[in-house]
Design a protein around this ligand. Structure first.
Ligand SMILES: [Zn+2]
Length: 54
């Protein structure tokens, strides 16, 4: 995926995030190395929803 602002390929990053009080470790997202914008790919969104039991 490309960042729509910079036209640079996002790089995959891993971090811990908290959703509704549930802490998820090693959550993967895509981050633009230039503007630092973070996005989730559809697969990553599914993974998060599965793990957060939303
Ligand atoms: Zn960008």
């Amino acid at each position: 995926m490309l960042c729509p602002n910079c036209f640079i390929e996002y790089v995959e990053v891993t971090f811990d995030c908290e959703i509704d009080g549930v802490v998820l470790h090693d959550v993967k997202a895509l981050k633009c190395p230039r503007c630092q914008e973070e996005v989730f790919s559809p697969e990553q969104q599914q993974e998060i929803q599965k793990r957060a039991c939303i």
